[in-house]
Design a binder for this molecule. Structure first.
Ligand SMILES: NC(=O)c1ccc[n+]([C@@H]2O[C@H](COP(=O)([O-])OP(=O)(O)OC[C@H]3O[C@@H](n4cnc5c(N)ncnc54)[C@H](OP(=O)(O)O)[C@@H]3O)[C@@H](O)[C@H]2O)c1
Length: 334
């Protein structure tokens, strides 16, 4: 199957190239950036002698001509500029941005006005373990944010057992690649090296994404108090969730039962770490309780399970392929 990537100069675009190069069925036929007119191995020197391919100036007509599936590895707003013109053709779309993840009113409150408002609700949320049946027939999958992925996979099994009126706190820590390739004052080496800090505490725009999906899956409204931190790592995300139990459960047993048939969710008997999932599609989860206090810890690679490998899993399902085709399992350890 012919695969295109728009936004190939960015971090998630690069991860997608690497994944598709080793995929058994997908073949890269179209790579694009805003400017085009370059070679992929020039933009990403790590790919020299691995792949040689021209990067085109991104165009909807070329996507339609060259792709069965296209990944939009673009910032929000830029993505919908392409997606809104792809509804009328057979190309399947996996969008890594936030443009089709949220209800229109939530999106417009936290991002910007929606340029494809009549289709905003048509994106199928790409959290594989919970939406795979819907993804099978999706025209466009809205791949989840990295923080929502780690948080939702960790907390969803416990929603029936927690007091939804008690505060739910999520303390999340991300490697700097989560912010994309553009350097800012916050992500500058001098700011992040030997340092750790919270940003947008209690008002980060991934909180409404988490709340909307809990409501969608369980029909309950929970106020999620979400505090992200940047940590001096390149990749990796660790999420610590604090909630109040209303039922007498064994947290590890709940997790094991809930994810018994999920090959890419690993239930750990000890607190999880980021290195064991780095370079993989795994989400590792651990949980413990002290009386009615519940602690859940989950870890992912933000660029893979939090972005590109999750997008690939969605594309596999949309195309009727084996769901796990090409998904990485070997961690970057030691
Ligand atoms: N990084 C993560 O861990 C992560 C996780 C989950 C989801 N995401 C989402 O995935 C998408 C891509 O993220 P990323 O980390 O790969 O970002 P990135 O490293 O900043 O790359 C994005 C690419 O988009 C292209 N682009 C096209 N139109 C643009 C515009 N109007 N403004 C800025 N760039 C534009 C840029 O390349 P050219 O200018 O060369 O075209 C850039 O290389 C984003 O929506 C992000 O929120 C990222």
């Amino acid at each position: 199957m012919r695969v295109g990537i728009v936004g190939v100069s960015g971090y998630t675009g690069l991860e997608l190239i690497k994944l598709i190069l080793t995929h058994p069925t997908f073949k890269l036929t179209y790579l694009a950036t805003t400017a085009g007119d370059n070679m992929v191995e020039s933009i990403h020197p790590a790919l020299q002698d691995v792949i040689t391919m021209v990067i085109e100036k991104a165009s909807v007509d070329d996507i339609k001509l060259h792709c069965d599936v296209v990944f939009l590895a673009l910032p929000h707003k830029a993505s919908m500029g392409f997606a809104k013109k792809l509804w009328d053709c057979d190309v399947k779309v996996v969008d890594l941005s936030a443009d089709y993840r949220l209800l229109q009113e939530t999106y417009e409150k936290y991002y910007c006005s929606h340029e494809d408002a009549s289709n905003a609700h048509k994106g199928i949320y790409g959290l594989i373990e919970y939406y795979r049946d819907d993804i099978k027939s999706a025209k466009l999958v809205a791949s989840p944010g990295c923080y929502p992925t780690a948080t939702l996979l960790g907390i969803l099994p416990f929603i029936p057992y927690i007091d939804t009126n008690a505060p739910l706190f999520v303390d999340a820590k991300s490697g700097v690649s989560g912010a994309g390739k553009s350097c800012t004052e916050t992500t500058h080496f001098v700011s992040i090296n030997d340092n750790i800090f919270a940003y947008n505490p209690l008002k980060h725009r991934h909180a409404p994404e988490i709340m909307e999906k809990i409501a969608d899956i369980y029909g309950v409204d929970i106020n999620v108090h979400f505090v992200p931190h940047l940590v001096p790592m390149t990749r990796g995300e660790l999420v610590s969730i604090y909630a109040t139990l209303k039922s007498d459960i064994d947290p590890i047993e709940v997790l094991k039962n809930h994810y018994a048939n999920e090959p890419f969710v690993r239930i750990r008997e000890k607190p999880v770490d980021t290195k064991s999932v780095s370079g993989t599609h795994f989400c590792d989860i651990y949980a413990a309780r002290d009386g009615n206090a519940l602690f859940v810890s989950s870890s992912i690679d933000n660029l893979l399970r939090g972005a590109s490998s999750q997008a690939l899993a969605a594309a596999n399902i949309m195309c009727g392929l084996e769901e796990n085709a090409g998904l990485p399992r070997l961690a970057y350890v030691p």
